[in-house]
Structures are given as structure tokens and as C-alpha cells.
Design a protein. Structure first.
Length: 148
């Protein structure tokens, strides 16, 4: 269930302004494992082509519904998409995924206070804190079976 701030963000993302100003914003809709209820949450996404990457705080709870994989709805860029979600939680998995992510998207590192050494490698000390606080989610896009 969304809180009041989430309701505002969901409305913004789904509005025409969301498509213009909200690049990288999405609404994920998934089924709660325990409750069976539909949950919609505003999230930040990075489009990787055939999938989206999401980096969430461990303390949040919505992503736990993706454990073991789950089908989700995703509204982003003015479109409704279907995706299969999975989550990386272990410190080793998250460290490897974030190291690759920040190497590919160096511009995103500053938002997480991750820095790079003079030789271009990631400063491990700045990565450690992020790894302990985050999980990495992959939302694999499902191809539409509709014919135009």
C-alpha cells in the first residue's frame, strides 16, 4: 500500500508531465507475497535495453516480494510494460552488481557517493557503504505478444 507521498509520485509519474520530466521514474506494480494484495510503488530505474536496473535501500520492504522471481507491471515513459523481477541481496552479489553498474554508469556514482581512483577503478571504501545499505533489482522486459 502506498503512503501519501507515494500517491503523489505515482500520480506525477503517470501524468503527461511525468513522461516529460520524469525520465528514470517508474511505478512498479506487484503482488504482495504474504497479503496477495497489489502493491504500487514509485521507483527510479535505469534502462539497460532489455531490462531495467533498480537500486533500493535494504530497509524498504516492497522488493522482498521479488525474491525467487516475480511478474510485475511497470509504468515508465508513458507506457505500461510487463517485466520479470529478481533481486540480488547478498553482499557479494550486490558488490559485484554495483561495481559493474557504476562502471557502466559512472555519472550515477555521485548520487551514491561512490568515487573512482585516479586509474579509473572504483574506490572500494566508498563502495562498501553502499553495498551494506542497498539491494540490486533487475526487471527483465517481457516482449509484447500483441500484433499491430
Amino acid at each position: 500500500m502506498a503512503n501519501n507521498g507515494n500517491h503523489f509520485m505515482i500520480a506525477f509519474i503517470k501524468s503527461p508531465l511525468g513522461g516529460v520530466f520524469g525520465k528514470g521514474l517508474a511505478v512498479i506494480t506487484l503482488k504482495g507475497i504474504k497479503t496477495g494484495r497489489q502493491i504500487s510503488v514509485p521507483i527510479n530505474v535505469i534502462d539497460e535495453g532489455d531490462s531495467f536496473t533498480v537500486i533500493s535501500l535494504r530497509e524498504r520492504t516492497w522488493w522482498r516480494n521479488l525474491r525467487g522471481g516475480a511478474k510485475v507491471g511497470l509504468f515508465t515513459g508513458g507506457k505500461n510494460l510487463k517485466a520479470s523481477g529478481s533481486v540480488l541481496e547478498s553482499q557479494d552479489e550486490v558488490r559485484a552488481a554495483l561495481a559493474l553498474f557504476f562502471t557502466r554508469h559512472a555519472n550515477m556514482a555521485k548520487f551514491f557517493k561512490v568515487t573512482f581512483n585516479k586509474n579509473g577503478s572504483i574506490n572500494e571504501l566508498t563502495l562498501v557503504k553502499v553495498v551494506s545499505e542497498r539491494v540490486v533489482i533487475t526487471l527483465k522486459k517481457e516482449l509484447s505478444t500483441k500484433r499491430d
